[in-house]
Write a protein that binds this ligand. Sequence first.
Ligand code: ADP
Length: 878
Amino acid sequence: MHTPHNEPERLRLLHDLQILDTPREPAFDRLTALAAELLDAPIALITLIDANRVWFKSAVGLDACQTGRDLSLCNHTVDSRRPLLIEDALADPRFAAPPLVSGAPHIRFYAGIPLMPDGRHVLGTLCVIDRRPRQLSASQLHLLETLAGQVEELLKLHHHRLLFDHESLRSQKRAARYEAIVRGAAAGIVRIDSQGHILEINDFALRLLGYQRDELLGSNVSRLMPMRWAVDHDQYLRNYHASGEAHIIGKGRRVEAQHRDGHAIPVHLAVSQVHYDDATQSCDFIGILSDLSEVQTANHLLERQQQLLGVLHRGLTDYQALMSGNRLWSFLKQALRELTRSDYALIGEVLTVDDQPALKIHAITDLSWDDASRQLMEQFKEGRMLLSNPNSLLGRVFADGQTVLRNDMQAHTPHSAFPPGHPALSNFLGVPILDQGEVIGMFAIANGAQPYSAELVEWLEPFISTCALLIKLYRQLNERDSFTEQLRQARDQAENASRAKSEFLSSMSHELRTPLNAILGFAQLLQNSQKYPLGERQQRQVEQIYKSGQHLLTLINEVLDLARIEAGQINLSIERIQLGDVLEDACTTLMPIARQYGIDLQLPQGLGSACWLQADYTRLKQVLINLITNAIKYNRAQGRVQLDCQRHDGCVRVVVRDTGIGIPADRLDQLFQPFNRLGAESGSIEGTGVGLALTRKLLELMDGRIGVRSEQGVGSEFWFELPHGEDATVGATEASRGRSETAPPALEEPEAPTLRVLYIEDNPANQRLLQELFEELDGFVLHCAHSAELGLELACSQPPQLILLDINLPGMDGYQAMQWLAGNPVTRAIPVIGLSASAMPDDLRKAAAAGFRAYLTKPLDIPRLLTLLDQFARTERA
Ligand code: ADP
């Protein structure tokens, strides 16, 4: 079978028609019947040429509904696209052979008009057939062509109907889908007309707003808005239509919708305008609402969470500021009120009073209603009132540790539970504050904006823990404060006791010295009286009186010294001093006693004079005298006392070695106890038992230490160490450098009168230093006094032109001396330069206030002193 070149396209068109194998249709049948009748033919067919068959859409005079394509005469039109006319098939060599001609239905005549609904492809034919040869007139052919045109129209109609059906199915589906989307959307959708009438509303919106559909359809959309917006809505739409000015159309924003029951619902509303008809310009509006209630709730939660965090953060970081005064409690109370949005709050601490829990309210919202209740509030606020009733609403919390939650106070709490006038409480929550199971505090809130709940208590858990922490901290700080206060009181007491003790001792010593002065004085008078010489026995007795008096005097002095050290009332003048000087000084004093006891007292060879140390001259001498006296006293006849000194590790060690009775090893630890004489009290050696205790204290005050080694019957070795001063040569160099490097000022003309300078100083090394300095200065003469008392006497008897006054002097100190000088008419005008090793800022301030002309600190700045002297000399001589 020949296949036309456009066969696939033709077949696709045919199949798209979806007409093959469809039932018979009267419209087609009427045309075949008409064709058969008008052309007087027994057979008329509307055929459609499929790939392998020719199917009859309508047939007159034939029972068959299709035939093979290769047998069919119609097929010939496919290629030619022209009518096919066979007047006598048997006579036509092209068609004589086919079986349809030679066999049934014995076709002799055939006239077929190709059907081309699209004008290009032949889909089939309208044909008439006869079993006898015939001719077709031109009008008959035209008739057949017209009918074929009608068939083509029917085919087109069929095709259009098909398309229409298809399209309407699609649009139905689309509509159904749209409907489903709108209905099932998880957002509210409302369609309104240009006047604001609701045309359509989906289930979500109905549910959200609490309406039935028929309640809303046709009504004005403004009924879904809160009143403040509803009243202006119609006007708003009118404005929009007139001016195009939009507030919400075309945009989305957060607004409030109104539920049927009146409550507001936060929503996001997006409105769009929809045009349907360009001609009428009519339009609808579609609003899409999203429910923001959950978002709002989440936002609220977040805000509250942040608020809680803020409170906790402040409580934990700012706790030091909060601990001062009552701020902690009022902060907690206020935080509680704000966090729980409650009108009233109280917070308190649980104390134990008479073994029972009691609540001390620290902060409470004022809910007073008359004078009496106001006073009560004041008492609460000041923490003066304790609540102890365990059966009250609060009692159940602080005494039993229960959480009490009431949202129905009016209904369940008898009115009599509150005093008349008490503000009505609608809800109440009391929560214990626990620390390791123990109730240490509680808080209560009332009249919250929302009912209280277990969730609220749970949410407040971090706040409650923070309260517990802060309360504990508060208690600890209070304990610390009261402990500090106790300590302060104890210290004050001790200071008072010590002051009283030293006052007692000084007055005692004064009281004792006065009669002792008489005892010793008269004893000496008696001893030495030429006029009334005593008998030998009386001499012995008076001597005893004298010795006992001396002993008493030593005891008084030592005890007083010890007491002054203990009371911290002793001032030392730590200076760089030469050990040799002190040793010599002490030995000179003690030599007569050594001789008296027959003891050989040996000074160190060499080193002593080259050794410098940091000490108070007078006190060091006292130490040496104590130790050497003991070494002499507790020696044997013809014994030896040897002094030695060594330098090591920044210290100078002085050793006092004797050949005496020694000290039992088991008593060495009692050696430095005051009044402990280690049994010597029963012997003949005089002593007070205070000397070594005092010695140790003095050494410690000078940053020194003392120790002992002793062997009974062989001797003892007492040693002490003190920080050593700079090397002797360095000191000397410094002093001389000071003088040589600074060109000595031209102090005076040769004929100028000599200026008298009085130097009050107890340290011989310092005295010697200035003496040497002044020896080189012309026009000055220097007088030294080793104590303030002596200096003042000299100042009065031979007033100098200038006084150099050391501050730390034994007995009267420099400040007292200065005061005395300033108060005395003879000495008032004499300028005084203060000299001291005390160089702290406080000392300098004190010196400035004391009225010194100048104040020099030690070690002395020699050039500065020389400058001062020069200035002084010039003004004196001017
Ligand atoms: P006292 O006034 O009794 O000498 P001290 O405090 O100076 O008081 O000494 C305490 C005691 O230590 C003395 O009574 C004595 O028993 C013992 N003691 C002190 N120095 C020596 C020493 N060099 N040799 C032996 N015993 C000593």
